[in-house]
Design a protein around this ligand. Structure first.
Ligand SMILES: [Zn+2]
Length: 199
Protein backbone atom coordinates (compact mmCIF):
# COMPACT_ATOMS: atom_id res chain seq x y z
CA UNK A 1 0.00 0.00 0.00
CA UNK A 2 1.30 3.41 -0.89
CA UNK A 3 1.86 5.69 2.07
CA UNK A 4 0.83 8.71 0.04
CA UNK A 5 -2.88 8.23 0.79
CA UNK A 6 -2.28 9.42 4.35
CA UNK A 7 -0.33 12.41 3.17
CA UNK A 8 -3.06 15.05 3.62
CA UNK A 9 -4.04 16.41 7.04
CA UNK A 10 -6.11 19.53 7.78
CA UNK A 11 -6.26 20.19 4.02
CA UNK A 12 -2.49 20.33 3.73
CA UNK A 13 -0.11 18.00 1.95
CA UNK A 14 2.33 16.92 4.65
CA UNK A 15 5.17 16.30 2.20
CA UNK A 16 4.96 19.80 0.73
CA UNK A 17 6.80 22.88 1.90
CA UNK A 18 4.24 25.41 3.11
CA UNK A 19 4.43 28.96 1.72
CA UNK A 20 1.26 30.93 2.39
CA UNK A 21 -0.28 32.92 -0.45
CA UNK A 22 -2.64 35.84 0.24
CA UNK A 23 -4.38 35.08 -3.08
CA UNK A 24 -7.28 32.89 -1.98
CA UNK A 25 -10.77 33.13 -0.54
CA UNK A 26 -13.54 30.89 0.71
CA UNK A 27 -15.13 28.31 -1.55
CA UNK A 28 -18.86 28.85 -1.98
CA UNK A 29 -20.93 26.46 0.13
CA UNK A 30 -23.11 23.89 -1.64
CA UNK A 31 -26.84 23.37 -1.18
CA UNK A 32 -26.36 21.33 1.96
CA UNK A 33 -23.90 23.83 3.38
CA UNK A 34 -20.87 21.67 2.75
CA UNK A 35 -17.76 22.62 0.82
CA UNK A 36 -17.40 20.69 -2.40
CA UNK A 37 -14.05 19.83 -4.00
CA UNK A 38 -14.53 17.48 -6.91
CA UNK A 39 -12.05 18.42 -9.65
CA UNK A 40 -8.27 18.55 -10.14
CA UNK A 41 -6.83 20.99 -12.70
CA UNK A 42 -3.30 20.52 -14.06
CA UNK A 43 -1.32 23.55 -15.28
CA UNK A 44 2.16 24.46 -16.36
CA UNK A 45 3.97 27.68 -15.54
CA UNK A 46 7.46 29.07 -15.98
CA UNK A 47 8.85 32.53 -15.30
CA UNK A 48 10.03 33.91 -17.57
CA UNK A 49 8.29 31.59 -20.06
CA UNK A 50 10.27 28.45 -20.96
CA UNK A 51 12.97 29.12 -18.35
CA UNK A 52 13.09 27.01 -15.21
CA UNK A 53 14.43 27.57 -11.72
CA UNK A 54 14.84 31.34 -11.95
CA UNK A 55 15.05 33.11 -8.60
CA UNK A 56 15.11 36.68 -7.37
CA UNK A 57 18.05 38.25 -5.50
CA UNK A 58 16.71 36.79 -2.24
CA UNK A 59 16.79 33.31 -3.73
CA UNK A 60 13.01 33.11 -3.96
CA UNK A 61 11.81 31.14 -6.99
CA UNK A 62 10.01 33.47 -9.39
CA UNK A 63 6.82 31.39 -9.42
CA UNK A 64 6.75 31.29 -5.62
CA UNK A 65 7.32 35.06 -5.64
CA UNK A 66 4.39 35.50 -8.05
CA UNK A 67 2.04 33.38 -5.94
CA UNK A 68 2.92 35.35 -2.79
CA UNK A 69 2.76 38.83 -4.38
CA UNK A 70 6.50 39.28 -4.00
CA UNK A 71 7.54 39.25 -7.67
CA UNK A 72 9.65 42.23 -8.70
CA UNK A 73 7.90 43.24 -11.93
CA UNK A 74 11.06 45.02 -13.11
CA UNK A 75 13.30 41.96 -12.78
CA UNK A 76 12.54 40.75 -16.33
CA UNK A 77 10.85 42.38 -19.33
CA UNK A 78 8.19 39.65 -19.43
CA UNK A 79 7.13 40.34 -15.86
CA UNK A 80 5.86 43.77 -16.94
CA UNK A 81 3.19 41.99 -18.99
CA UNK A 82 1.74 40.34 -15.90
CA UNK A 83 2.32 43.24 -13.51
CA UNK A 84 -0.21 43.35 -10.70
CA UNK A 85 -1.49 39.82 -11.24
CA UNK A 86 -2.87 38.28 -8.05
CA UNK A 87 -2.83 34.56 -8.65
CA UNK A 88 -2.07 31.34 -6.85
CA UNK A 89 -2.41 27.59 -7.05
CA UNK A 90 -2.72 25.03 -4.32
CA UNK A 91 0.51 23.33 -5.33
CA UNK A 92 3.65 23.88 -7.40
CA UNK A 93 5.81 20.94 -8.49
CA UNK A 94 9.28 22.08 -9.55
CA UNK A 95 11.41 20.31 -12.15
CA UNK A 96 13.21 18.26 -9.48
CA UNK A 97 9.92 17.11 -7.95
CA UNK A 98 9.97 19.47 -4.98
CA UNK A 99 6.46 20.44 -3.92
CA UNK A 100 5.25 23.71 -2.39
CA UNK A 101 1.73 24.35 -1.12
CA UNK A 102 0.34 27.91 -1.10
CA UNK A 103 -3.34 27.51 -0.24
CA UNK A 104 -5.09 24.82 1.88
CA UNK A 105 -7.24 22.51 -0.25
CA UNK A 106 -10.48 23.61 1.44
CA UNK A 107 -9.86 27.21 0.35
CA UNK A 108 -10.34 28.66 -3.13
CA UNK A 109 -7.03 29.31 -4.94
CA UNK A 110 -6.93 31.64 -7.95
CA UNK A 111 -5.51 29.48 -10.73
CA UNK A 112 -8.16 28.88 -13.38
CA UNK A 113 -9.54 32.33 -14.21
CA UNK A 114 -12.56 32.45 -16.48
CA UNK A 115 -13.34 28.78 -16.97
CA UNK A 116 -15.98 26.11 -17.32
CA UNK A 117 -15.95 22.36 -16.71
CA UNK A 118 -18.85 20.09 -17.70
CA UNK A 119 -21.08 23.13 -17.97
CA UNK A 120 -20.15 24.48 -14.56
CA UNK A 121 -18.46 27.91 -14.57
CA UNK A 122 -15.85 29.23 -12.15
CA UNK A 123 -13.65 26.17 -11.75
CA UNK A 124 -11.75 27.82 -8.90
CA UNK A 125 -14.86 27.32 -6.76
CA UNK A 126 -14.63 23.53 -6.74
CA UNK A 127 -11.19 22.54 -7.98
CA UNK A 128 -7.67 21.95 -6.71
CA UNK A 129 -5.05 23.62 -8.93
CA UNK A 130 -1.67 21.97 -9.44
CA UNK A 131 1.08 23.84 -11.31
CA UNK A 132 3.97 21.94 -12.88
CA UNK A 133 7.02 24.07 -13.54
CA UNK A 134 7.16 23.64 -17.29
CA UNK A 135 6.15 24.93 -20.68
CA UNK A 136 4.04 23.91 -23.66
CA UNK A 137 7.23 23.14 -25.60
CA UNK A 138 9.24 20.81 -23.37
CA UNK A 139 8.69 17.43 -21.76
CA UNK A 140 8.10 17.26 -18.03
CA UNK A 141 10.52 15.40 -15.77
CA UNK A 142 10.22 11.91 -14.29
CA UNK A 143 10.41 13.51 -10.84
CA UNK A 144 7.37 15.62 -11.67
CA UNK A 145 5.29 12.64 -12.82
CA UNK A 146 6.25 10.71 -9.68
CA UNK A 147 5.38 13.61 -7.36
CA UNK A 148 2.15 14.33 -9.25
CA UNK A 149 1.08 10.69 -9.05
CA UNK A 150 1.59 10.56 -5.29
CA UNK A 151 -0.21 13.87 -4.83
CA UNK A 152 -3.21 12.89 -6.92
CA UNK A 153 -3.43 9.55 -5.11
CA UNK A 154 -3.53 11.43 -1.80
CA UNK A 155 -6.12 13.91 -3.09
CA UNK A 156 -8.31 11.07 -4.40
CA UNK A 157 -8.25 9.55 -0.93
CA UNK A 158 -8.96 12.80 0.95
CA UNK A 159 -11.52 14.18 -1.54
CA UNK A 160 -13.08 11.11 -3.22
CA UNK A 161 -15.30 13.09 -5.60
CA UNK A 162 -12.15 14.25 -7.43
CA UNK A 163 -11.61 10.68 -8.71
CA UNK A 164 -13.90 11.35 -11.64
CA UNK A 165 -12.64 14.78 -12.61
CA UNK A 166 -9.00 15.17 -13.60
CA UNK A 167 -8.53 17.85 -16.25
CA UNK A 168 -6.17 20.44 -17.70
CA UNK A 169 -6.33 24.20 -17.85
CA UNK A 170 -6.62 24.10 -21.65
CA UNK A 171 -9.75 21.95 -21.31
CA UNK A 172 -11.55 24.32 -18.96
CA UNK A 173 -10.46 27.53 -20.72
CA UNK A 174 -10.18 26.50 -24.38
CA UNK A 175 -8.83 29.13 -26.76
CA UNK A 176 -7.59 31.18 -23.81
CA UNK A 177 -5.18 28.73 -22.16
CA UNK A 178 -2.95 26.04 -23.66
CA UNK A 179 -1.39 24.48 -20.56
CA UNK A 180 -0.35 21.87 -19.52
CA UNK A 181 0.34 21.50 -23.27
CA UNK A 182 0.92 18.72 -25.75
CA UNK A 183 4.08 17.50 -24.01
CA UNK A 184 2.10 16.59 -20.93
CA UNK A 185 1.60 12.81 -21.06
CA UNK A 186 -1.91 12.15 -19.74
CA UNK A 187 -1.67 8.45 -20.59
CA UNK A 188 1.50 8.06 -18.55
CA UNK A 189 -0.03 9.93 -15.61
CA UNK A 190 -3.19 7.82 -15.63
CA UNK A 191 -1.18 4.60 -15.82
CA UNK A 192 1.00 5.70 -12.92
CA UNK A 193 -2.05 6.66 -10.84
CA UNK A 194 -3.66 3.28 -11.54
CA UNK A 195 -0.48 1.42 -10.60
CA UNK A 196 -0.16 3.47 -7.43
CA UNK A 197 -3.70 2.69 -6.29
CA UNK A 198 -3.17 -1.04 -6.95
CA UNK A 199 -0.13 -1.22 -4.72
ZN1 LIG B 1 -2.86 27.29 -16.21
Amino acid sequence: MSTSITNIKDHRLLSATWLASPNFNERPKGKNGSMSVDTIVIHNISLPPDEFGGCDSDGLHYVKALFTNQLDWSAHPYFKSIEGAEVSAHLLIERDGRVTQFVPFDKRAWHAGKSSYLGRPECNDYSIGIELEGSDFQAFTDEQYIALTDIITAIYHAYPKTRRHLTGHSDIAPGRKSDPGEYFDWMRLRQMINQNSER
